[in-house]
Design a protein. Sequence first.
Length: 194
Amino acid sequence: MNAAEAVIETAPAAFLHGGTMKNFIALFAALLIGQSAFAAAPSSQVPTTSNEYQWNRFMGPAAFATLLGTKLKQAHNTAVGILDYSLVGGAIGDLAVGITLPNKAIVRKAFFDVITQPTAGGAATVAFKVQSGGDLKTATAISSWTVGRVDGALDGAVANFIKLTAARTVYATVAASALTAGKIKVFVDYVVSE
């Protein structure tokens, strides 16, 4: 058992059974020493990405031993945003939906949940993009955005995944006519690569 584990084991008892300022200072000092006890990891356990290393190092001994930070970075993610007329309006052009994906993210799938069908004064279309126009959903007439789930442009084939070249914001692109109502939730599945 290293110093940090010993502190974690004894900390509750120190405070539950008449803990004092002296005990607190001893606990704090032991925690500082405990951090330095596993600061120098064998090179085989040091991830190549500095964020992963920092996560592994500072989340505690169990996280360090299992390289939890590395596993978190490799996890599948789903970002959720919304195109809501009551929040962002419906002007022609690009409307941010509240999702920003990190550089080198690989987008595997996008799908949509239409809560309120969009309406407009004319024949409007709505598309969604992350890196280039319509890459998440091509321009689609609002009459096709009916309440329920709607597939995105990505078909799940690896060859069609989108690897981002920089951090990117997801936008809805309104064209032809401004929206007067509508609410569409956006779900983007991705992983982060190198």
